[in-house]
Design a protein around this ligand. Structure first.
Ligand SMILES: Cc1ncc(C[n+]2csc(CCOP(=O)(O)OP(=O)(O)O)c2C)c(N)n1
Ligand SMILES: [Mg+2]
Length: 630
């Protein structure tokens, strides 16, 4: 037992503040009720917690170390008062993903806390997923002392200052709290960074070991609140009229709805219908237009689909909505071979101007798309596009028939498994259908699981699939389930993981149990990192070091953790369906292990329909890119 000495006077006062704030329901309310004075003398650690609370940040994922014990003490006292919540995790990459998921899936802004050095570096690595998908989260890392009394253990061992701050500033925005009173400025910058309307991302607060406990006088009323920004749109109709005119005269129009269009379902649909445009989705935007909508051509890009890539290739006018032109989602920059011009709707100038020959409609997607749609309706601009839409519909049917054949494929004899097992597309489809049936959200990990996954999902709204396509970070999906541990209203979610990805971050097995997450992990086990074997084979006709010979019994491994229900999905569709049912009935985390086929039979994959600027394809792709004018 750790003994508890009597509480210090400073901690007692902190506890009083924490109670007053929790009782009032927040810093502002406590100030208004007179529960706390405006000017308080507190430590930097407490000021930070109060400042974050003022922005609505009350939830923390933490792995403490010598670099964050002071902050940990504040969070202990505030949690005991009911003002904040902290969950302890087993791996910093995992908790960075959990934080990203909490913001992405539930819209709640959390903070990640690490020690100095290795813990921080791991969380920093994980924060690439937040940066790549435009998800705003706070990361708080311990940092070297400001007195320079000698090297701190785990700092970057160089005679230079602020190195962690510089490193983190490369990936997102960062602030070193060298001067405690700077916390107000740091939090103002952080608030905009994590709540940015179209370029949100991680904000890193570097907290030196010695400034955490430094006391400062702070004005609680002056700590910045969460910013409220108006929606912006072009001030006059000049560009919108020009865009409407371009759409009216073109006969083949495609919309590319990128990750930024998530959540703008109604506006995208309105614009698509008014423009009679074929809508091509990105891996991260499935659901923005209902799957069965006649104008939904599914995903397009390097992996893509028959219909999505057809529409991208054939369109003479491209309308880009909320896309930063990611190589893979945009066919390595050569997706629009016949496009003569672009209309680009984006809040960010650089993204809006990514292509040449562009009319940039800079602003909020909803505001701009609705205004443009109204113009198109008035001008009956969609009237001349039937032939193209019919051709697209035929391609959509071709894609649906193609997929149906793969879903119906029986178990295939597999070399690694030495028996017939389900092909991955068929297995993924069964799990995706089950998710729909129970209204679960789907998280996809990297690899073939992810690529086949976004080709398969049939979403009808934003928010049913989270595919971390920005960084494609192996280990994201299973870790993301931990977001539910702190969510106000957790939704049952299923993580679709490859065997390779699952082993990158299996810590969720413990953390989900500890923090009472209900959810499911399905491991699609092809005994290799098949996405890369597949690329190697396609490019160099040989695979190399993308598998090993070690058999792992994932059911026993997962089942060894008390509280986890581990079941086998078996080798056929019926056994998998039965396994999913029993897994879902478990009141906690369940793991379903499904052996899947990997080999030369083409029914084992859903194919690639675009081009990609990698490996020995670069000459061809770049040759095509250099010739096009967009
Ligand atoms: C952390 C990380 N390391 C490496 C990669 C590169 N990578 C992408 S997919 C993949 C293989 C994925 O294997 P698995 O999870 O088993 O899925 P499969 O392709 O076999 O379905 C690798 C190594 C990555 N995306 N993330
Ligand atoms: Mg695999």
């Amino acid at each position: 037992m750790l003994t508890r000495p009597p509480e210090s006077e400073a901690d007692r006062q902190m506890r009083e503040r924490a109670r007053a704030i929790a009782k009032a329901g927040g810093v502002e309310a406590a100030l208004a009720a007179g529960g706390v004075p405006k000017l308080v003398e507190i430590t930097l650690s407490e000021a930070l917690v109060l400042g974050l609370m003022k922005q609505g940040v009350r939830k923390y994922f933490a792995i403490f170390g010598h670099g964050s014990t002071d902050l940990g003490n504040v969070l202990r006292i505030y949690e005991e008062a009911g003002a904040t919540r902290t969950v302890n995790c087993r791996n910093e990459v995992e908790m960075a993903h959990a934080a990203t998921a909490l913001r992405w899936q539930y819209g709640e802004v959390p903070a990640v806390i690490t020690s100095i050095g290795p813990g921080a570096m791991q969380a920093f690595a994980g924060s690439l997923a937040a940066a790549s998908n435009g998800v705003g989260v706070y990361h708080i890392y311990g940092d070297e002392t400001t007195y320079g009394e000698g090297y701190n253990m785990q700092q970057v061992p160089k005679e230079e200052q602020g190195l962690f701050g510089r490193m983190t500033a490369v990936l997102g925005q960062s602030y070193v709290l060298h001067t405690p009173a700077a916390v107000r400025d740091a939090l103002r910058r952080g608030a905009l960074c994590v709540n940015h309307p179209y370029r949100a991302g991680p904000f890193y607060l570097l907290l030196p070991l010695n400034t955490q406990s430094a006391r400062l006088t702070i004005n609680l009323a002056a700590l910045p609140a969460r910013p409220q920004l108006p929606k912006l749109a072009p001030a006059d109709d000049k560009e919108i009229d020009a865009a409407a005119q371009m759409i009216a005269t073109a006969s083949k129009v495609a919309i590319k709805a990128g990750g930024g269009s998530r959540g703008y379902d109604a506006a995208v649909r309105h614009l698509a219908e008014a423009a009679s445009a074929a809508v091509v989705l990105s891996p991260g935007s499935t659901g923005v237009l209902p799957d069965a909508h006649a104008q939904n051509m599914h995903v397009g890009g390097s992996k893509g689909s028959i219909s999505g890539n057809f529409a991208m290739t054939e369109a003479e006018l491209l309308i880009v909505i909320g896309s930063r032109a990611v190589c893979q989602a945009d066919c390595s920059g050569i997706g629009y071979k016949n496009a003569q011009a672009v209309i680009n709707i984006n809040g960010d100038f650089a993204d809006a101007l990514h292509y040449n020959k562009t009319v940039a409609l800079v602003g909020d997607i909803g505001a701009v798309a609705e205004r443009l749609a109204a113009k198109l309706e008035a001008a009956k601009a969609g009237a001349n596009k039937r032939i193209f839409l019919d051709a697209c519909a035929a391609k959509k049917k071709e894609w649906a028939d193609y997929k149906a054949k793969r879903y119906a494929c029986p178990p295939l004899n597999d070399e690694a498994w030495q028996k017939p097992v389900l092909p991955q597309p068929a297995a993924l489809k069964i799990v995706a259908d089950f998710a729909k049936q129970i209204d679960a959200a789907k998280f996809f990990d990297a690899g073939d699981v992810q690529a086949n996954g976004f080709q398969i999902v049939e979403d009808d709204k934003t928010g049913d699939t989270f595919t971390e396509a920005g960084a494609s970070y192996m280990g994201f999906a299973a870790s993301a389930l931990l977001g539910a541990a702190l969510a106000d209203k957790p939704r049952y979610s299923i993580a679709f993981c490859g065997d390779g990805s699952f082993m990158m971050n299996p810590q969720i097995l413990i953390d989900a149990v500890e923090h009472k997450v209900r959810g499911m992990i399905v491991i699609f086990d092809n005994r290799r990192m098949a996405a890369i074997s597949g690329l190697q084979l396609a490019q160099y006709s040989q695979d190399f070091r993308t598998n090993d010979k070690v058999a792992v019994d994932y059911r026993t491994l997962a089942g060894a953790v008390s509280g986890v229900l581990a079941v086998s999905g078996g080798d056929n569709a019926d056994s998998l369906r039965a396994a999913l049912k029993s897994a879902h009935a478990h009141d906690g985390l369940s793991v379903v292990h499904v052996p899947v086929y990997c080999g030369p039979d083409e029914r084992g994959s859903l194919g690639a329909w675009g081009e990609w600027n990698v490996g020995n394809w670069v000459e061809d792709v770049q040759g095509a890119w250099i010739k096009q004018d967009l």
